[in-house]
Design a protein around this ligand. Structure first.
Ligand SMILES: Cc1cc2nc3c(=O)[nH]c(=O)nc-3n(C[C@H](O)[C@H](O)[C@H](O)COP(=O)(O)OP(=O)(O)OC[C@H]3O[C@@H](n4cnc5c(N)ncnc54)[C@H](O)[C@@H]3O)c2cc1C
Length: 439
């Protein structure tokens, strides 16, 4: 019962700031036990959401450990903010901060990428040629947006010829907004889709479709705007009850849907998108689109022995970890957290919040020679914006159970203003607290 209370309290701390109660002091949970003394050498690959949260938590938990974090990216990107930038609600600097500013004292930052990972030799080689040995390795590299896999696409096209790319970073999200703003003035045909690989925030393509519909309505141009969503498989969203709700809302809003269409190419000159379908390639014209590429593991992980060796993810390269402990199944001193983890759900920042303490707990237990009971249940959260000022706070687990943080208060499948506030206002503060290891 105590565990359940703590779980609920902690989850509320993550989500429960929408009403303005920025209760981060309470978000850290129960007082921490005395630090564990150790000389362990811990290397974290990636200083994004998961790597930064892990570094901050380990510093609080361990006394004497050598902690090194490796990442070449100087800018920290709050990616849930990209959708708000692409909706014209925030400027391009809203998601951006400095990687270094989030890292605790006592952690060494190597500002290079990892080029090679050698889990047999317990070492990493950086892009600059440094060899970094470890006792424990935390993979937190996020994922690679595989733009090259989209035939005909070039990043310089974004913002021209009706091409948007919300995922491509804050500046490109701002260019996407300019394109969407123009499109909803002028009218024409919008074509939206998602890749067939695993992806981060699978709700984001759906949200952007809703937002385009909403802007066209607000501007009075909806009658001149034809909106189409091409699902990669047989449904719009992997959780059946959420899929059904989105399908009904799309029906209601006049968004046309097609299934089993996987985007493969774009021809900006002719304004044509090609999809592969079970019946062969199909072309469709467009006036506005949001290109979302296939997503795979970064090369350093993909080319290492760490990915799944069989099954549906072989081509995508996600790290082969136990879905409950996030420990690598073949290399027990390696853990994966965040988007790189090869687990069936969880490529959201909200999942990072639940994954990092679990991996941390197992690592610290290893150091102490104990066993940790901590498990991750697949918790994934997606504030699914359905119009400006309304969202559905969709939360679920590995079993596709809905796991609402506020049962009886915030209905997960209702379009609510409070759920919108979670996304627009509360999520960033909570995300920042998570980075600091406080939520
Ligand atoms: C448009 C969009 C909307 C989203 N909306 C939401 C939302 O509403 N709610 C939500 O919870 N989540 C949302 N997300 C998802 C969320 O942002 C990610 O799931 C989260 O950032 C994952 O954290 P991460 O640490 O695994 O990866 P990241 O935060 O991407 O960090 C990965 C880090 O690893 C580094 N790295 C990569 N390769 C290497 C290497 N070889 N060596 C060293 N370092 C490396 C990168 O430079 C980067 O700094 C959204 C994402 C996008 C793009």
């Amino acid at each position: 019962m105590k565990d359940l209370d703590q779980l609920t309290a902690s989850r509320r701390a993550f989500l429960g700031m929408a009403a303005g109660s920025l209760a981060l002091a309470g978000a850290a949970g129960p007082a921490r036990a005395e630090k564990v003394k150790t000389k362990a050498n811990i290397v974290i690959l990636g200083a994004g959401a998961a790597g930064t949260a892990m570094a901050n938590r380990l510093v609080e938990r361990l006394d004497g450990a050598k902690i090194t974090i490796i990442d070449a990216r100087k800018r920290h990107l709050y990616q849930p903010g990209f959708t708000l930038v692409a909706a014209g609600l925030k400027s391009a600097d809203y998601p951006v901060s400095n990687t270094k500013d989030w890292l605790p004292r006592g952690v060494d930052l190597i500002e290079e990428g990892a080029a090679e990972i050698d889990p047999e030799g317990n070492k990493v080689v950086t892009t600059g040629g440094k060899t970094v040995a470890y006792d424990f390795l935390i993979l937190a590299t996020g994922l690679k947006l595989d733009w090259d896999a989209v035939e005909g696409f070039d990043m310089n096209m974004v913002g021209t010829n009706g091409i948007g790319a919300v995922y491509a970073g804050p500046e490109k999200a701002a260019d996407t907004w300019a394109a969407m703003d123009r499109f909803t003035d002028e009218g024409g045909k919008a074509v939206f889709f998602r890749p067939a690989t695993e992806m981060k925030c699978a709700g984001a393509p759906l949200k952007y479709t809703f937002l385009t519909d909403d802007y066209a309505r607000k501007k009075g141009s909806r009658g001149r705007v034809d909106i189409n969503y091409f699902a990669h498989g047989g449904s719009l969203f992997s959780v059946p009850i959420v899929n059904e709700k989105v399908r009904m809302l799309y029906d209601d809003r006049g968004v046309k849907t097609e299934y089993n269409h996987v985007m493969k190419a774009i021809d900006p000159g002719k304004k044509i998108i090609t999809f592969s379908t079970p019946e062969g390639d199909v072309e469709t014209d467009y006036d506005f689109t949001n290109v979302i590429p296939p997503m795979v593991a970064p090369d350093a992980v993909r080319n290492s022995p760490l990915p799944w060796q069989s099954g549906k993810w072989v081509d995508q390269g996600w790290a082969e970890v136990d879905k409950e402990t996030l420990r690598h199944v073949r290399y027990r001193n390696v853990f994966a957290v965040g988007d790189i983890a090869g687990v069936p759900k969880g490529k959201t920042a909200a999942s990072v919040k639940w994954q990092v303490p679990v991996a941390e707990d197992h690592l610290v237990a290893d150091i102490e020679g104990k066993l940790s009971p901590s498990t991750y249940n697949g918790y994934t959260s997606c504030p699914l914006i359905t119009r400006v000022g309304r969202a559905m706070l969709v939360e679920f687990d590995y079993k596709n159970n809905l796991t609402p943080s506020f049962p009886g208060v915030i209905a997960p499948l209702e379009e609510l203003w409070i759920s919108w506030l979670m996304k627009e206002v509360a999520l960033k503060a909570t995300y920042n607290a998570m980075l600091r290891g406080k939520a």
